[in-house]
Design a protein around this ligand. Structure first.
Ligand SMILES: Nc1ncnc2c1ncn2[C@@H]1O[C@H](COP(=O)(O)OP(=O)(O)O)[C@@H](O)[C@H]1O
Ligand SMILES: [Mg+2]
Length: 200
């Protein structure tokens, strides 16, 4: 059984805690702490589908399966690290600071533009897209990649968008426009984010 210690925690969302995997510094392990079992099942089912489709994992951590931990079943994924080895920070972290948003403006913008084309080209369906669920992985001091770490998949009763590319693209576009609207609204006091959204 894998022992998860408090000092290994790298982040916490509404449902899950995320820990550095004790046996592999480049993987993380996520345990449900608060009513997230349904979401986790949906996520894993969607991951299996993407694995079968043999997609390109450029902007999505790979999923390696579930292992028993001291905090219950843990789902193992790639851990996103920056070029200097630090665990990557979310877009929320960068956008919460005007200084950081300005400093990394080009990299943040380009990473999100590339994420957008990635989602369309691989037909990856998401629930709502939020800055706290995307990590900006610094590749060097000027540039980086946007990695989606949460809320992928489809909760529709009849998930036609998952299987049909035409409907999939329409859904991805709706989700992306909602993401833009959310950034505009939530970062009304951050001029860098306001400029950035216009180019997405
Ligand atoms: N693959 C990852 N690499 C680095 N940090 C991560 C990764 N996955 C999650 N995190 C961190 O853990 C936090 C919670 O994970 P998340 O999957 O979003 O949980 P929840 O489902 O509860 O929202 C994230 O906001 C992020 O800070
Ligand atoms: Mg989350």
């Amino acid at each position: 059984m894998i022992e998860l210690l408090p000092e290994a925690m790298v982040g916490k969302g509404l449902h899950r805690e995320c820990y550095i995997h004790p046996n592999n510094p480049n993987r993380c392990i996520k345990v449900v702490v608060n009513r997230g079992v349904e979401e986790t099942k949906r996520e894993q089912a969607y991951y299996r589908l993407l694995q079968k489709r043999d997609i390109d994992w450029d902007m999505l951590p790979q999923f390696y399966g579930v292992e028993a931990t001291t905090l219950g079943p843990g789902a193992t994924f790639d851990l996103v690290r920056d070029h200097d080895g630090e665990v990557g920070h979310t877009f929320e972290y960068y956008f919460d600071s005007i200084a950081l948003s300005e400093q990394y403006y080009q990299g943040l913008l380009q990473a999100l533009q590339e994420l957008k084309s990635y989602l369309f080209s691989q037909n990856i369906i998401t629930m709502s897209i939020k800055p706290k669920n995307i990590i900006y992985q610094k590749v060097d001091i000027h540039s980086g990649k946007a990695i989606i770490i949460d809320n992928i998949g489809n909760s529709d009763v009849i998930p036609i968008c998952t299987y049909n590319r035409f409907f999939g693209q329409k859904k991805i576009n709706r989700k992306w426009q909602k993401f833009r609207a959310l950034l505009k609204r939530d970062y009304v006091n951050n001029p860098a984010v306001q400029r950035l959204v216009e180019q997405l």
